[in-house]
Design a protein around this ligand. Sequence first.
Ligand SMILES: [Zn+2]
Length: 259
Amino acid sequence: MMCDDARLLLHAYLDDELDAANSAAVAQHMQDCAACTARYGTYATLHKALAQPSLYRRAPEALRERWSAARPAMTVTSRPPRRRAPLAFAMAAGFAGALLVTSPAWFHVWRQPALGDDQVVAEVISGHVRSLQEQHLMDVVSTDQHTVKPWFEGKLDFSPRVKDLASEGFPLVGGRLDAVDGHGVAALIYKRRLHVINLYQWPTEAAATAQVQTQRHGYTVIRWRADGMQYAAISDVNENDLKQFVLAFQNEVGAPSGR
Ligand SMILES: [Zn+2]
């Protein structure tokens, strides 16, 4: 099994939905592939975070009643030709209903107060380390911000800010999906000479903050919030280079010529 096939099956593998042969093939592939194992680890973390009962709310009675009343009507309006159509229709309706019922949970995830700073720093560092393992650095490889930005569309429910900082000595090299603090996040990958800088971003409702810098395990992490986004930049470049990177990104984002 190749990585592309394994990636397609990872979610089903995680949910124990594969037949024995495919399940064994995925397990076998992961034994030999650090990248897919890391990806599986990310999914498992997210899966676990989203399974917390505290995230789920029962839909309000009024909504449930409206929904129950609406469903038979929708089944009737479906045309008679195939016997299975009403069932498929009802299933689709049920699925849409499930989305309605569970979507407040997503809002709740975004609104949840951020985990402790320590936890975020630890997750950012482990995401960075994971990304440096072979094949896992980038999902989209491009030095063009106009390629990288659209790549994220439909994969996240926000639009990340993407800037090429090549003129400042930090060329953009690609992007990746990752998970931090229970959020699906955008990771932009920049280079500084031979060093890799990962810039994570995800939406926040919290107020803007100044930069907070943390040193740990030989990495520098700089976090800040601005314009409804939480940012975390991490690298093993020297501290001053990373500060310069953050400054360059902030200036670009704020520049009138930007976006
Ligand atoms: Zn693989």
